[in-house]
Write a protein that binds this ligand. Structure first.
Ligand code: XMP
Length: 509
C-alpha cells in the first residue's frame, strides 16, 4: 500500500484516487501518525501532500522525521516537498506571493518520476514558498520560468519532490508521473481490484461476525445495497435488513424499491411502513435543522423498535464511505463548521449497544459502484442518483403537509421521467424538484390562477463536495416546465436553479 500524509491540501482525496486508479491500495493519514503505526501499515511508499501552510509557520503540520529512515521511496508534493527539503538539511525561500495556475515545465531527463514523459510539458502550480537550497544528494530534475526547482530527486535514496500538483488534471502528464512513482519506483503490484477487495472483505466479515446476527438499514441507495450483498455473501441468513418507509420518498419509490431490492438481493428484508408517524412529527415544523433532527431521531426510534424483534443481534452494518472517515480532515485540529446535520444512523450503534461492521469504509463512491457491478447488482441500483435521508421533507420549503408532499411527488416524477428519457439521468449527480413556499399569478385557459412555484435542481459533481448546475438543453427544460404545469394541479410556475456549490449547497435545506 501507499501511505498518503495529509498536510491539508484540498487535493489529497484526488491523490488517493490516482493511486487507486493504478490498482494499488492507499490510505490518507494525518501527520500526527506515529512511526510505529506507519511500520504497522508497512507501506511500499509515502506521498507527502501539499498544504496551505508555510513550513516556517509555528503550527505548520509536520510528520516525524523518522520516515526518512524507513528506506522506502517518498514523494513530496508542494508543501510536502518543502517539508522534505527542510527536514533533510536544505532550505525553503519564504515568499509572500503565490504562483498559481499553468506553467510550462521543462524536464531535464525522462527518467525516474518522468520516465516516458515528454520533456516539454505543462504543469499546474499553487504555491507560495519555494525551494532555495537542495539537501545533499538532490539534483534539479525539472524547471519552469518562475520556479527553477520545480522538481527534484535523490534517486539513490528514492526521494522525489515536485513543486507543482501532479494529481490534478491540469498537469498534463501528472497521471504518468504518479504511475511511475507507484509502480516503478515503489514497485507496488497493481493487484488491488474490486474483485480482490470483495474476496478479502467477505473473508474479513466472516471472521468478524462469525455465527452472530447482523442488522443493516437499507435505504435503496447503492451504498447500503452493496453492503447488504457483501455481508450476505459472508454470513447468509444471519443478516437481516430493515427498510423504513418514512413516506418521504419519491413517487412510488417505496413500492419500486421493494421489488428491486427483493429481485437484486436475495436477502432477508423487513419493510416497515411509518408514513403517518413521520408526517405527524413534522406538523408545523418549518426550520430545516429541526426537520432534519426530527426525521433522524424518529428513524432511529422506528429502526430500533424493529431491530428489537430480531433476537440476538450483535452487529450493526453501515455503508459508511471513505470520505466520511478520513481522520486527517482535522489535520489542523480545527472543527469543521456544521452546515447541515446529515441524517444517518450514526446514533444507532451506541444506543443499541451494537458493534459496527463497515465494509465500505475505505472506498470512494465510484469504487462502491464498481464493487456493486462486480457483485452482480443491476445498473438500476448501481447508478441510482443519491437521495438524502430526510427525503422530500428537505425539498418542501416550509411545512411538510400531505397535500404539499403529494404535489412535490408529482412534479418530481414528471421531471425524472423527462430526465431519464433524455438520457441525462446517468450524466447528472442529482436531478430533483423543490416546492417553494410561494405562490404566483398565472393564467390558464381564460382564468387567473394563483398557485405554487416549483424549482428544478440538476447538478453535476464527482463527490458532492463541490457541484455545478447542469447546463441542460433549453429544449429539455422547456419540456419539463410544460409538462409539469400541464400535468400537475397546483403548480403554475417553474424556475431553474443556476447556483453552484459552493456557495450554495445541493439541497435547499
Ligand atoms: P448538500 O445539500 O450538503 O448535499 O450540498 C450534499 C449531498 O448529500 C446529500 N444529502 C444527504 N444525504 N443524508 C444523506 O444521506 C442527509 O441528511 C443528506 N443531506 C444531503 C445531498 O442529496 C447531496 O447529494
Amino acid at each position: 500500500m501507499i501511505l498518503i500524509i495529509d498536510f491539508g491540501s484540498q487535493f489529497n482525496q484526488l491523490i488517493a484516487r490516482r493511486v487507486r486508479e493504478n490498482n494499488v491500495f492507499c490510505e490518507i493519514k494525518a501527520p500526527v501518525i506515529s512511526i510505529e503505526k506507519i511500520k504497522e501499515l508497512n507501506p511500499e511508499g509515502i506521498i507527502l501532500s501539499g498544504g496551505p501552510a508555510s513550513i516556517y509557520e509555528k503550527n505548520s503540520p509536520k510528520i516525524t522525521k523518522e520516515i526518512f529512515s524507513l528506506k522506502i521511496p517518498i514523494l513530496g508534493i508542494c508543501y510536502g516537498l518543502q517539508f522534505m527539503v527542510n527536514s533533510l538539511g536544505g532550505s525553503v525561500a519564504k515568499s509572500r506571493k503565490r504562483e498559481y495556475g499553468f506553467a510550462k515545465l521543462r524536464i531535464n531527463r525522462a527518467t525516474g518520476l518522468f520516465k516516458n514523459a515528454d520533456t516539454n510539458t505543462s504543469c499546474w502550480m499553487s504555491h507560495g514558498d519555494s525551494i532555495d537550497i537542495l539537501p545533499n544528494g538532490f539534483v534539479i530534475s525539472a524547471s519552469t520560468n518562475n520556479t527553477k526547482i520545480a522538481a527534484t530527486c535523490n534517486s539513490l535514496e528514492k526521494y522525489y519532490g515536485v513543486q507543482f500538483h501532479p494529481e490534478v488534471e491540469h498537469t498534463d502528464q501528472g497521471k504518468l508521473m504518479l504511475k511511475n512513482f507507484i509502480l516503478n519506483i515503489c514497485k507496488c503490484k497493481p493487484s488491488w481490484t474490486m474483485k480482490s477487495f470483495a474476496k478479502d472483505s467477505i473473508n474479513q466479515i466472516k471472521k468478524q461476525a462469525g455465527e452472530k446476527k447482523v442488522i443493516l438499514g437499507l435505504s435503496g441507495g447503492v451504498d447500503s445495497s452493496v453492503t447488504a450483498l457483501l455481508i450476505h455473501k459472508a454470513i447468509g441468513e444471519n443478516l437481516t435488513c430493515i427498510f423504513v418507509d418514512n413516506g418521504l420518498l419519491r413517487k412510488d419509490e417505496a413500492k419500486k424499491l421493494k421489488l428491486t431490492l427483493n429481485k437484486n438481493l436475495d436477502v432477508n428484508i423487513r419493510f416497515v411502513s411509518a408514513k403517518t408517524k413521520f408526517l405527524k412529527a413534522l406538523k408545523k415544523i418549518t426550520n430545516p435543522e429541526k426537520k432534519r433532527k426530527i426525521i433522524g431521531n424518529l428513524f432511529i426510534e422506528v429502526f430500533e423498535a424493529e431491530a428489537a424483534k430480531i433476537k440476538g443481534a450483535e452487529y450493526l452494518a453501515q455503508g459508511t464511505l471513505y470520505p466520511d472517515i478520513i481522520e486527517s480532515r482535522s489535520a489542523f485540529g480545527g472543527p469543521t463548521a456544521v452546515i447541515k446535520s446529515h441524517h444517518n444512523v450514526g446514533g444507532l450503534p451506541k444506543k443499541m449497544k451494537l458493534k459496527l461492521i463497515e465494509p465500505l469504509k475505505h472506498l470512494f463512491k465510484d469504487e462502491v459502484r464498481h464493487l456493486g457491478k462486480e457483485l452482480g447488482l443491476t445498473d438500476e441500483l448501481v447508478w441510482r442518483q443519491p437521495f438524502p435521508g430526510p427525503g422530500l421533507a428537505i425539498r418542501i420549503i416550509g411545512e411538510v403537509t400531505a397535500p404539499r408532499l403529494s404535489i412535490l411527488k408529482e412534479v418530481d416524477a414528471v421531471l425524472l421521467d423527462e430526465i431519464r428519457k433524455s438520457g441525462y439521468y446517468n450524466k447528472l449527480w442529482q436531478s430533483f424538484a423543490v416546492l417553494l413556499p410561494l405562490k404566483s399569478v398565472g393564467i390558464m385557459g381564460d382564468g387567473r390562477t394563483y398557485e405554487n412555484i416549483a424549482a428544478i435542481r440538476a447538478v453535476t459533481s464527482k463527490d458532492a463536495m463541490t457541484a455545478d448546475w447542469a447546463r441542460l438543453p433549453h429544449e429539455l427544460l422547456g419540456n419539463i416546465s410544460n409538462r409539469i404545469i400541464n400535468e400537475v394541479r397546483g403548480v403554475n410556475r417553474i424556475v431553474y436553479d443556476i447556483s453552484s456549490k459552493p456557495p450554495s449547497t445541493i439541497e435547499w435545506e
